[in-house]
Design a protein around this ligand. Structure first.
Ligand code: CTP
Ligand code: ZN
Length: 156
C-alpha cells in the first residue's frame, strides 16, 4: 500500500493533543488490553480504532488515551497479548517519544490459571506465573505448574 494511503487510514482516528497512543495491538486483543490497563475505569478521553489494516498483524487496533502517561510496569502487562505494541507519547500534538513493550519474566495477577483445580482458582490467592515462552506466550503457574498458553489466557 502507498504511504499516502497508510496516512489516511491512520487519520480514521483523530490526533490527540496530549497523552499516549498505543499502536500495533492485534485487533482480537483490543478489549483485553483495555481491561488490563483499566481503561474501562478511568475518566480520560479515549478513542480507539480496530480492524485497521496492518501487514504484520492482519488486523490491528489502536488506542489513544488523552492526558495519560503510563509507567513501564503498567504498560509491560500488555506484552502478554500485544507483544508488538508501540507507545507514542504525545505532547502538544507531537510524538516526543516512542516506546516498545517488554515481556516481564514473572506475571503476578492479571491472568487466570487455566487449571480449574489450581489453588488460585479455589482460594483467594493472587496468580503468579513464569513466562516460559514469548511468542506465542506460555505461562507456567507457580502453584500447580500447569502451562497456560496464549489462546487460553483469560484476564482476571
Ligand atoms: N498520533 C496521534 N496524535 C498526534 C500525533 C500522532 O494520535 N498528535 C498517532 C498517529 O496517528 C500514529 C501514532 O500516533 O498512529 C504515531 O505517530 P507517528 O510517529 O507520526 O506515525 P508513524 O511514523 O507512522 O509511526 P510508526 O511507524 O512508529 O507506527
Ligand atoms: Zn495454577
Amino acid at each position: 500500500m502507498k504511504d499516502s494511503m497508510q496516512k489516511k487510514l491512520k487519520l480514521k482516528v483523530s490526533a490527540i493533543k496530549e497523552g499516549t497512543v498505543i499502536d500495533h495491538i492485534p485487533a482480537k486483543n483490543l478489549f483485553k488490553v483495555i481491561t488490563i490497563l483499566g481503561l474501562d475505569k478511568i475518566e480520560n478521553q479515549i478513542t480507539f480504532g480496530t480492524n485497521l489494516e496492518s501487514r504484520k498483524l492482519g488486523g490491528k487496533a489502536i488506542i489513544k488515551v488523552s492526558n495519560k502517561f503510563f509507567e513501564d510496569n503498567e504498560i509491560n502487562k500488555i506484552a502478554l497479548i500485544a507483544p508488538h505494541a508501540k507507545l507514542n507519547i504525545i505532547r502538544d500534538y507531537e510524538v516526543v517519544e516512542k516506546r516498545i513493550v517488554e515481556t516481564p519474566e514473572i506475571i503476578k495477577g492479571i491472568v487466570k490459571c487455566f487449571n480449574p483445580k489450581c489453588i488460585t482458582n479455589n482460594e483467594t490467592i493472587t496468580t503468579s506465573f513464569q513466562v516460559i515462552e514469548n511468542e506465542p506466550v506460555a505461562l507456567k503457574c507457580h502453584y500447580c505448574e500447569r502451562i497456560t498458553t496464549e489462546e487460553q489466557i483469560r484476564v482476571l
